[in-house]
Design a protein around this ligand. Structure first.
Ligand code: MSP
Length: 504
């Protein structure tokens, strides 16, 4: 039976149009999901939107709309982003979906019925930008430590989850499981915070009507994180005991991919909730870095430094944007976005290295072999240049940028192979039997290598991979097809338009 792999992104607040951070997370998650499909695993990839809570309620009011109408309109942009980026998600969940509402209430009730939720009064600070409670000590001159916006004072009746009781359990779990939070530095960061102790968590609001009603007291709505985090369970099935197949098969998640600003919510809070609900914990919470401006600053609406990812796709195409983000930014670290660097990588790496290799090979097969892949054997020295095991290990360690670099060194090796072998000279001498044989083997080596390159690149730049397959006349392959010599001689190649146009 195929192994399963379940990956999620954070679900986005549809409070404004999607930005580069959203695009980056979806692209990286998509790349990982596609890689696991290549391994032959059964993959479930979940993304979506986080639609309740005071932030959305406020934005809808400012727009003069009912919250549901507001999110219905905004979600269109997020779905459009996924489509334009070519993400292969299995479900786009909205927290207003009725199955999610049911599951979310089910988990709340289960924890309540176990005696882990009690009624009390919350008095403290709250930032509606990140929907997070803060103590006086957390604030920076009265402002949210993450957003710098003024925190508001809240004093109201609230249900509390006894999160304080989970301090030691969460700490033990983090300490005993090196892969629970990655990269390692982030795990240490969270271990140190949890060591300071967890407080009981306010999990309901009486003054935020735009939320899921608390199942045991409809005056209250569920705290938006107590609703949003549960999407990872509802998105893949339903809450036990109703769920039969999918949840049992896919839970726990293999990877929750998130940004660094929400690590606390995904480790301290989420781990405690799951423990209270008697559910297994996700295998890895992977924290990716932030995309900053060219100058290394946070992208900001007021400074006009926010970049619309859909506009970038319009200008350059999805694959160049995907390639740039996956190659340029070491996965797990912050990186800067620069349109100049994107253009450079598009012109030099995608057009000159990859595009030329494919184009030259197809043209040569047409000219020297009547458009059909000749029979030949793959050059042994060239075969050795492909470090398949290394690439596989890098991908499992989520070193996406290293794996992509490694695939491109093989592309460079193929280009050097052409220059060294000079198929055009071999063609001149084709009357000599050994030259004809050598020419056929050179062309076969190149075509077979490109077939393998196309498989390896398919998680990174899927549209390009499809185009290469069409030119080579082959079907999409799996990782086990990355063995040399599998390309069928006689296959007809089809020259199409070049893969990448250079941009001035
Ligand atoms: N709704 C919550 C997540 C709930 S998950 C159960 C949220 N939404 S968000 O829209 O603010 O952020 C969505 C994701 O985008 C988060 O993982 C966040 O860290 C990430 N990013 C937001 N800005 C970013 C960058 N500038 N760069 C990279 N990712 C960043 O938080």
């Amino acid at each position: 039976m195929a192994e399963k792999f379940y990956i999620t992104t954070a679900i986005d607040y549809p409070s404004g149009k999607p930005h580069m951070g959203h695009a980056y997370e979806k692209i990286t998650a998509d790349c990982i999901a596609r890689w696991h499909r290549l391994l032959g695993e059964e993959v479930f990839f979940l993304t979506g939107t986080d639609e309740h809570g005071s932030k959305i309620q406020k934005k809808a009011k400012e727009a003069g709309k009912e919250p549901k109408k507001f999110v219905d309109e905004m979600v269109v942009f997020f779905k459009e982003l996924c489509k334009r980026l070519n993400t292969s998600h299995d479900r786009f969940i909205r927290t207003t979906d009725s199955d999610h509402v049911k599951v979310s209430q089910g988990i709340f009730k289960k924890i309540h019925d176990k005696g882990e939720i009690y009624l009390g009064k919350y008095s403290g600070w709250y930032c509606s930008e990140c929907e997070t409670f803060y103590t006086e000590r957390d604030l920076k001159e009265g402002n949210c430590p993450t957003h710098g916006k003024k925190a508001e004072w809240i004093s109201e009746e609230s249900y509390f989850f006894k999160m304080g009781a989970y301090t030691q359990k969460v700490l033990d779990y983090l300490q005993k499981n090196p892969s629970s939070v990655l990269p390692a530095g982030k795990r240490m960061e969270i271990i140190n915070r949890v060591k300071e102790g967890l407080n009981d968590l306010s999990v309901s609001r009486v003054n935020v009507p735009w939320g899921i009603p608390v199942p045991i007291d409809e005056k209250h709505t569920q705290y938006v994180w107590m609703d949003a985090l549960i999407n990872y369970v509802s998105g893949v099935g339903a809450f036990p005991p109703e769920s039969k197949g999918r949840l049992r098969k896919f839970w726990p998640a293999d990877v929750h991919l998130i940004g660094k600003d929400i690590l606390w919510h995904h480790s301290a809070i989420w781990f405690s909730i799951l423990m209270a609900a008697d559910m297994p914990l996700p295998k890895t919470v992977f924290v990716h870095g932030f995309i900053n401006t060219e100058a290394g600053e946070k992208m900001s609406k007021s400074r006009g430094t926010v970049i619309d990812p859909i506009e970038l796709v319009d200008r350059y195409g999805a694959d160049p944007l995907r390639y740039f983000l996956l190659r340029e930014i070491p996965f797990g670290q912050d990186g800067n976005f620069s349109e100049e660097s994107l253009k450079e990588r598009l012109n030099n790496e995608l057009a000159n290295e990859l595009g030329n290799l494919v184009n030259r090979t197809i043209v040569m097969i047409e000219k020297y072999s009547g458009g059909k892949i000749p029979k030949g054997s793959v050059d042994k020295a060239l075969q050795k240049k492909l470090k398949l095991d290394k690439i596989g290990k890098m991908m499992l360690k989520l070193e996406l940028h290293h794996a992509l670099r490694e695939i491109f060194s093989f592309i460079a090796a193929c280009n050097q192979f052409i220059n060294r072998k000079e198929p055009w000279s071999l063609f001149q001498k084709k009357a000599r039997e050994e030259c004809k044989k050598e020419l056929d083997s050179v062309l076969y080596s190149l075509a077979d290598s490109i077939r393998i390159i196309s498989i390896l690149l398919s998680p990174f730049i899927p549209e390009t991979s499809e185009k290469i397959n069409k030119q080579l006349g082959v079907k999409p392959g799996l990782l086990r097809g990355c063995r040399f010599g599998l390309l069928k001689p006689g296959t007809k190649v089809k020259k199409k338009e070049i893969l990448f146009k250079k941009i001035g």
